[in-house]
Design a protein around this ligand. Structure first.
Ligand code: FEO
Ligand code: CA
Ligand code: CA
Length: 692
């Protein structure tokens, strides 16, 4: 990166040196089992069905464009606060779109959460803080499974707030604990010989924490209150299997011969709050927890495991030594019991959480709901791996309004019956204009039309050669067969409650366009896509049940000074640089908020706001950055506050002897993943200067 000589923590553009992936090796190993270092497990031949199939890449043209761009970028850094302060035409400060009126944070590498001027922040809860009564005080050097079962888990990703009152003062807070980083959680950890206590501590550090929080209306703080809602969900919590694949032979194991009850949930990444007040959460990189797929004898089973990237050989965490269910050769069907969307009802601490088989099995990033005019619900979902797909589920039944116990019981069954679809995108520009460089085609946009291809409805399969059960349990294989479009790591896919369009973060894909992989297409237009892009889907007639759509790329991320980036047509001199979009959220105005994972521009990750309508459409502004080594996750944006999960701070370091961060406790402390709340001082609204 190039740094500003006046402040070594401020990152200036342009970037004159080459960056390798900025996510640390530790994060890659423990979060997703080094998915990017392995061959992407989608070998299917379904590349792209539109009229813009591009089978030969114009590599010479790409290199030439890159060389010209590097030489042309002579000026330093217009990003951040200075860029936003620049007057508009006529010398007037341009008006910010409502909700985005703040001075953007400059890209930086500070070991803190950096927020705009005039805002305040607070750590709401950290790894090891008490959740349940009797939780001991956190003691890094004496952590135990028993303590961890009562405490806030590790590596918080999604956070959801379910308001209990009209003013949003009291809320249920649900937080996902996506994965554990044993080498940073335990001093002197031996990855070849983990102890039983360390393994059980990790089982307890996964799952969810559920808490009652109170927002201070006079200030903005979010305080955890002791309550009967407090709950920890771990790898030992019982989940009920529901939907059309419940009881399937493919889900039966020695511990559960009926295939209807699973112990625990794993690698819960993003999620969503349902209109009926429950939480949906995606089981993402579950493959890495299993071992020895290579010892599976049945070739069909082995092929199916390969499509999901189940480990051959030992697993990173060696759990297979402590419970046979993690050994894919001993309990092959146990692998089929993860990779689902789970639903948790935080209103009832005694409720049994559910795995919804109708929503398919893949590396679910998250799941977010939109209600149709006739009361049905559509659920949008991404499969976060290179060359995987975007999915939608449409319920057959109709939602009962409200959040009463009766309505919740009814609505929790909605996601068990309906149609599961996968997306195919077709570009509208000639193939010759999609040359892999990121240069816009002559019609000025990466855009086109698309279809939602049905995979199964209830017990009926729409995919030749697949039973309905096989569609649900081996959804990736069914989607290959249906001819879905291979995307650049689909993460959050969320409907905008204001304009009804659907926004999908495509994080990156280093292999896009490589000789042995899928070529570029108009929906994934850059070779070796390092910075990712944001896709905007418009369902036909605005109807979430439609099988037809149009789409366009709202953002093509990266250094705004380079020609291969696009910011919704907005003036690129005035935007904050953004890289590797991951989670998305919306404020009351319908502005899109984007959290990043793995910023490839040399800055720490952050949270950005971008209007999607009017003259400010595409005006990306950075709202905050997170500390060293961390990823920004699970943003929630209301009028009164913004919350983000700061995941894996310090994973840039080698572990307890050499922490890469001392956030949040400072001094020489160990880093701790935590949830942070940010609010305007003097009780003003977020992003609305001067309004109370
Ligand atoms: Fe857990 Fe897709 O990030
Ligand atoms: Ca086009
Ligand atoms: Ca994510």
């Amino acid at each position: 990166m190039s740094t500003n000589p006046a402040d070594p923590h401020v990152v200036s553009l342009p970037l004159l040196t080459h960056h390798t992936a900025s996510r640390s090796a530790v994060t890659c190993e423990y979060r997703c089992g080094n998915a990017c270092a392995h061959e992407a497990p989608n070998p299917s031949a379904n590349t792209y069905f539109g009229d813009v199939v591009r089978r030969v890449l114009n590599r010479r043209g790409l290199l030439r464009a890159g060389a010209v761009l590097s030489l042309a970028t002579g000026v330093t850094a217009a990003a951040g606060a200075t860029a936003a302060a620049r007057p508009g035409p006529g010398g007037h400060q341009p008006a910010a779109a409502p909700g985005t009126d703040f001075d953007p944070v400059t890209p930086n590498t500070r070991d803190s959460v950096v927020i705009p001027e005039g805002y305040e922040q607070q750590v709401v809860i950290r790894w090891g803080d008490p959740v349940l009564p009797g939780a001991p005080e956190f003691d890094f050097d004496n952590q135990s499974a028993r303590a961890q079962q009562l405490q806030f888990g590790y590596n918080n990703d999604f956070a959801g707030l379910v308001p209990l009152d009209g003013a949003g003062i009291h809320n249920l807070l649900v937080v996902n604990h996506e994965y554990t980083t044993e080498s940073h959680m335990f001093r002197d950890y031996d990855p070849d010989n983990p102890t039983a206590e360390q393994v059980r501590t990790a089982w307890a550090a996964h799952g969810q924490s559920i808490l009652l929080v109170r927002r201070d209306p006079a200030r903005g703080r979010l305080d955890v209150l002791p309550s009967h809602y407090s709950r920890r969900i771990t790898l030992d919590t019982e989940f009920a299997v529901q939907g059309p694949a419940a009881g399937s032979e493919l889900l039966r194991t020695s511990a559960d011969p009926r295939g209807r009850s699973v112990r625990g949930t794993l690698n819960n990444c993003a999620g969503g709050v349902t209109p009926w007040g429950t939480i949906l959460s995606g089981e993402e990189n579950f493959h890495q927890y299993f071992a020895h797929a290579d010892r599976v004898e049945d070739p069909t089973t082995r092929r199916r495991m390969e499509r999901y990237g189940i480990n051959t050989g030992a697993s990173t965490r060696k759990w297979e030594r402590f419970d046979d269910r993690w050994d894919a050769s001993r309990e092959p069907n146990e692998t089929n019991r993860f990779g689902w969307v789970v639903e948790i009802d935080p209103n009832d601490p005694h409720s049994t959480p559910v795995k919804h088989t109708a929503l398919g099995r893949f590396k679910h990033e998250g799941a977010t709901v939109r209600t149709t005019e006739d009361g049905r619900v559509a659920v949008y979902m991404g499969d976060d791996e290179r060359f995987e797909y975007i999915y939608k589920f449409v319920s057959s039944g109709r939602m009962k309004p409200g959040r009463s116990a009766h309505a919740r019981r009814h609505n929790k069954a909605l996601l068990d019956e309906g149609t599961l679809y996968v997306a195919r995108f077709t570009g509208d520009s000639p193939a010759s204009e999609i040359d892999g460089s990121g240069r816009l085609p002559s019609d000025g946009e990466f855009d086109g039309s698309g279809q939602w291809l049905p995979l199964a409805t209830g017990d009926t399969s729409h995919v030749p050669g697949f039973t309905a059960e096989e569609v649900y349990v081996f959804t990736r294989l069914a989607a290959d067969r249906a001819g879905a479009t291979k995307m650049d790591r689909p993460e959050d896919v969320e409907p905008n409650p204001v304009n009804g369009r659907v926004y999908c973060a495509l994080t990156n894909n280093s292999n896009r366009g490589a000789a042995e992989h899928a070529p570029v297409d108009e929906a994934n237009p850059r070779v070796g896509n390092r910075h990712g892009h944001v896709l905007e889907i418009t369902e036909r007639d605005g109807d979430p049940t439609s099988t037809e759509m149009s789409w366009g790329l709202l953002l093509v991320c990266g250094d705004p000074q380079r020609a291969d980036t696009y910011f919704g047509g907005f003036d690129k001199d005035r935007v904050s640089p953004i890289s590797c979009p991951d989670n998305v959220a919306f404020d009351r105005h319908g502005n899109l908020w984007i959290a990043t994972d793995g910023n490839e521009l040399g800055s720490n990750d952050g949270l950005f706001a971008v209007p999607v309508e009017g003259p400010e459409r595409g005006h990306v502004k950075q709202f905050l950055t997170v500390p060293k080594g961390a990823e920004t996750c699970g943003p929630v944006v209301t009028d009164e506050l913004v919350t983000v999960c700061v995941q894996h701070p310090g994973e840039n370091g080698s572990g307890p002897e050499n922490p890469g961060s001392h956030w949040p406790d400072g001094g020489d402390s160990q880093p701790r993943p935590a949830l942070v709340a940010v609010w305007r001082d003097l009780g003003h609204r977020v992003g609305e200067i001067g309004r109370r």
